[in-house]
Write a protein that binds this ligand. Structure first.
Ligand SMILES: CC(C)(COP(=O)(O)OP(=O)(O)OC[C@H]1O[C@@H](n2cnc3c(N)ncnc32)[C@H](O)[C@@H]1OP(=O)(O)O)[C@@H](O)C(=O)NCCC(=O)NCCS
Length: 181
């Protein structure tokens, strides 16, 4: 997958991660609320530094920078899934809560997917989210993704006090090129 070095929108830049993004990444990945419907737990500043160094080497995670503040306000995960010959990509996203509710995620992802469908050989983009993560599935709906199913109790992030998995359902979404024409 070749991502143009920088994709721009009216308010944003979608670009590769840089090592010095770590304070911005730490700001939202150290926040408990970020993990309400996501696996993982708040990270330390050292972990944020390490993540940025790793992400700067690849293209799986893209930084979303607010042009007016020169600040990374979120990131997008975009990667081909197996088997690779199906040309299906998975997308994921996390935005800093201070910058939510202003359409930044919609603006960034819309541009990225339009760009990718036009420049790369992509058959389909998939996304997954918790049925309780209303902001996430509203975002997918705005982006014209179709809800294709509900996977019942297919994942767990935590266990109960008796060490039994706390199973959760997942909505599965898909977007074909013709869906955004
Ligand atoms: C999922 C997530 C990215 C959605 O963020 P968001 O801020 O709701 O999404 P957007 O940036 O597109 O903003 C949309 C909101 O801004 C409003 N808005 C304001 N200006 C807008 C504009 N120009 N364009 C679109 N929406 C606009 C919309 O009405 C919408 O508000 P509403 O939900 O009250 O209807 C965010 O909640 C998040 O990062 N959560 C934590 C991590 C997570 O759960 N990730 C997903 C795992 S599946």
């Amino acid at each position: 997958m070749n991502i143009k070095p920088v994709i721009t929108t009216e308010r944003l830049k979608i670009r590769k991660f840089r090592e010095n993004d770590y304070t911005d990444l730490y700001e939202y990945l150290s926040d408990k609320q970020t993990y309400k419907y996501e696996p993982g737990k708040p990270i330390t500043i050292e972990e944020a530094k390490k993540l940025c160094t790793e992400r700067a080497k690849g293209q799986m995670f893209l930084a979303v920078e607010l042009k007016a503040e020169h600040k990374m306000i979120g990131h997008i995960y975009f990667n081909k899934i197996e088997p690779q010959n199906l040309l299906i990509y998975e997308i994921g996203y996390i935005f800093n809560k201070k910058y939510q509710g202003q359409g930044f995620a919609t603006e960034a992802i819309q541009k990225l997917i339009t760009y990718q469908f036009s420049k790369s050989d992509i058959h389909k983009i998939t996304a997954h989210c918790s049925p309780k993560n209303i902001k996430s599935w509203k975002l997918l709906k705005r982006l014209k993704f179709k809800r294709e199913g509900k996977l019942r109790k297919n994942i767990f992030f935590n266990k109960d006090k008796n060490n039994n998995p706390i199973w959760l359902d997942t909505y599965e979404y898909g977007l074909l090129k013709e869906d955004i024409k």
